[in-house]
Design a protein around this ligand. Structure first.
Ligand code: HEM
Length: 395
């Protein structure tokens, strides 16, 4: 049955907050939607948005870019990032993606990157290792991925806090357009002089590749390079910090599992994999219908924004048994925490390397690592999820 504007729910009404609010439990809402309204039109600040919550439908739409095009991202995140991979389809998407792919390939993650990440992570731990206490979010997880991505791109970022704030403001466009646009402009003001300087140099980092590589026989314009950077900085920083934070949250809340992992470090990969399913850091990705479409028997008119709710799909009992249970021994290979289809996360190998390195270093260096007593921490968020704080003690 089609919904009328009068009965159309809002995001606020569904979740009790907006997409960036620190909501603790969106999963009860998702369970109801999967059962009762697997394709639900909701009213948002950016217009009508169809939420898709079943695993089967989420993967169906993400494997069909002809009907569910990425161009819809131009209407939200594209406003602050500019034209990026996220809103491209077909050949254009492949050609642009190929430019950056070598920097994030499994080979790159085996050659120079492990040492780079290890150094960045250990430098940060040096700052609090002698203190016996720390907040792992504000002092660690929040900072190191920004340093890593800045290194890969070749952007000297002295003020990581300011950069991270810009990255967060940028991706909050759907909730606060003015803040998002201001951050976008701020980033350009910072990056443009750097581009001017680097055009005349021949480096080997990603920025040089973007400045000197070509797509279809033409060099990227400054605007195209800036757009790439406005994508990569938040994509590389705002996601991994959430994954690492939730992995640490899980270990700190389950001392037995922490001991197992301390003894057998190969288990870190399994914890990471299960966190990507159980508390997906990125909870939804959007597409636009190129023509009238149908999912789960529900009609979706052409030109509509459709959001694949990754977080809901990853807890669909039709796909994962007892989906609310965190279990590193389950079969979770098919989770969609890094997306699905042609836009599958370009930085997935880096995210895994960063998180693995961070957890290993913390376990190596902080003995008797535990949560600070009496300081509850929560995993929160709707569009993105991670712990708000991780106060720890150690000896
Ligand atoms: C835990 C960490 C991460 C998660 C959960 C994550 C999640 C995602 C998801 C769900 C998508 C799909 C977007 C879509 O289908 O529209 C995506 C795309 C992307 N991610 Fe990640 N990401 C993470 C880390 C990273 C890192 C470290 C980078 C490095 C720069 C990165 C770069 C990208 C890029 C460039 C795309 C666009 C790919 C394309 O459109 O072809 N991500 N990511």
């Amino acid at each position: 049955m089609s919904q009328t504007a009068v009965e159309m729910p809002t995001i606020q009404g569904l979740f009790g907050g907006n997409m960036m609010s620190p909501i603790e439990d969106p999963y009860r809402v998702y369970a109801r939607l999967r059962d009762e309204s697997p394709v639900l039109a909701v009213s948002t600040m950016m217009g009508i948005n169809y939420l898709v919550t079943r695993y089967e439908d989420v993967t169906a739409m993400l494997r069909d870019p002809e009907v569910f095009s990425s161009r819809g991202n131009a209407r939200a995140i594209g406003l602050v990032m500019g034209r990026t991979l996220l809103e491209m389809d077909g050949v254009e998407h492949v050609r642009h993606r190929n430019l950056i792919a070598p920097f994030f390939s499994p080979l790159a993650m085996r050659s120079e990157m492990p040492a780079v990440v290890d150094e960045i992570v250990n430098d940060l731990i040096d700052d609090f290792a002698g203190e016996g206490a720390a907040d792992l979010v504000s002092q660690f997880t929040f900072i190191f991925p920004m340093r890593v991505i800045a290194h890969i791109i070749g952007v000297p970022i002295d003020d990581h806090a300011a950069f991270h704030r810009m990255a967060l403001d940028l991706i909050s466009i759907a909730e606060d357009p003015a803040r998002g646009l201001a951050a976008s402009q701020e980033l350009v003001t910072f990056l443009q002089p750097l581009l001017d300087r680097r055009r005349g140099e021949q480096g080997v980092d990603l920025l040089s590749k973007l400045l000197h590589g070509d797509v279809d026989g033409h060099r990227l314009s400054d605007e195209e390079v800036l757009s790439f950077l406005r994508l990569l900085l938040p994509a590389g920083a705002d996601t991994t910090y959430r994954l690492t934070g939730t992995v640490l949250w899980v270990l700190l809340h389950d001392p037995e599992l922490m001991e197992r992992v301390r003894e057998d470090r190969s288990l870190i990969e399994r914890v990471i994999q299960e966190v990507l399913r159980w508390e997906s850091p990125v909870q939804l990705v959007s597409r636009e219908t190129t023509r009238d479409a149908e999912l789960a028997g529900a009609p979706i008119p052409a030109g509509m924004i459709v959001s694949a709710c990754i977080g809901a799909a990853n807890r669909d009992p039709a796909k994962f048994d007892g989906p609310n249970l965190f279990d590193i021994d389950r079969n979770n290979e098919d989770h969609v925490g890094f997306g699905f289809g042609r836009h599958f996360c370009a930085g997935s190998h880096l995210a895994r390397l960063e998180t693995r390195t961070a957890v290993n270093a913390l376990l190596d260096r902080l003995k008797d690592l535990r949560l600070a007593a009496g300081e509850p921490t929560r995993i929160v968020g709707v569009a993105f999820r991670s712990p708000d704080r991780l106060p720890i003690r150690f000896s």
